[in-house]
Design a protein around this ligand. Structure first.
Ligand code: PYC
Length: 336
């Protein structure tokens, strides 16, 4: 039988998000089936179910030929807590993400486009925590991300063609290795070299057992240089699946803020402008979290947890019905 899926496509600073608004799994039923002690746990169980039972649909929606590896998909869910706006589960060409900053900005702009939200503050549920969002107008969105923290400083990652690269491991809703220990130009003409280097770093972490707490995979790599023309920093971000983030990466910016805060290089409330390799920008700042919540975050030392605030804009690019015909050889994407 032919399946139809309705999507809204947007981009946030150049990085696309495909929001699935109808035609997907019955999330209300899944949420009641997996109701758990906390919202993140419930959503994590839904993710585990999707991985086991709906993975071909994920690939069909986000991989070639319908889409491609630099897109992020977003399942729109009803909220577990009726006072919250919605839930969202982000995914890409290789699997699921914890949180996605650019995707949350895209989600809010898409819901505004559909007239489902008006400017104001809303809470959104994700598998890694509840995120606060503020729709400033139809396109501009501020996110109060999940608590973020520096986990390990000055981590040495061995590399085949040089002794090592030194950087920090931090959580911003996904796991990041952040480094300025390179001599690469963070420019569009240098994407091949940036990607090659970042993939090498990621593979070496994998091979050498360099992980987040409890063996969590560090699946994003951020390469920084000093910013110019009003930006504090410019970065190239490698995402899991091999594509680079066209936006400054919301969770990556959160991880960066956590490192700056831990090192005393940025004060609470001070603005940090993060620029992507494409030139798009997020404005960010943070406040400290209560020390009492540190125990909920494996490997987070008291006095290190921050709540990042990230502001950016997104634009809707399309309103589409995807058609899945079972006779199509590539109905579930081109296998890799
Ligand atoms: O903006 O957090 C983000 C993000 C993660 C992966 C791609 N974008």
């Amino acid at each position: 039988m032919i399946q139809e899926i309705q999507v809204i496509d947007s981009h946030t600073g150049g990085e696309p998000t495909r929001l699935i608004i109808a035609g997907g799994p019955d999330f209300a039923q899944l949420l009641s089936r997996f109701a758990s002690s906390s919202i993140p746990k419930t959503l994590q169980q839904v993710v585990a179910y999707l991985e086991e039972h709906q993975d071909s649909l994920r690939r069909g929606i986000i991989c070639e030929p319908r889409c491609s590896e630099h897109w992020v998909g977003a399942w729109l869910l009803p909220p577990v807590n009726p006072e919250h706006l919605c839930g969202v589960i982000f995914f890409n060409n290789v699997g699921y993400l914890g949180m996605c900053g650019h995707g949350t900005i895209g989600l809010m702009a898409s819901l505004a486009f559909l007239n489902r939200v008006q400017p104001g503050r809303y809470l959104i549920e994700t598998p890694v925590g509840v995120v606060e969002t503020e729709l400033l107008d139809g396109n501009h969105v501020r996110i109060g991300n999940v608590p973020s923290y520096l986990y390990r400083r000055h981590v040495d990652v061995p590399l085949p063609n040089r002794a090592s690269v030194v950087g920090d491991l931090a959580w911003g809703g996904n796991w990041f290795f952040l480094t300025s220990d390179h001599s690469l130009a963070v420019e569009m003409h240098n994407l091949t070299e940036l990607t090659r280097f970042a993939v090498e770093v990621q593979s070496s972490m994998e091979a050498n057992g360099i992980t987040g707490p409890n063996g969590q995979r560090v699946d994003h790599v951020e390469l920084f240089v000093d910013g110019k023309d009003g930006a504090n920093s410019r970065s190239f971000v490698l995402c899991p699946g091999g594509a680079y983030d066209r936006s400054p990466c919301g969770t990556g910016t959160s991880a960066k803020l956590a490192c700056l805060a831990a090192e005393g290089k940025l004060q609470p409330g001070e603005t940090w402008v993060q620029e992507s390799v494409t030139g798009s920008r997020f404005q960010a700042s943070y406040r400290w979290c209560e020390d009492s919540i540190a125990e909920q975050f494996a490997g987070a030392a008291p006095g290190r947890l921050i709540t990042p605030s990230v502001k950016g804009s997104a634009f809707v690019m399309g309103e589409t019905t995807l058609v899945f015909d079972p006779r199509d050889l590539f109905v579930n994407g081109i296998p890799v």
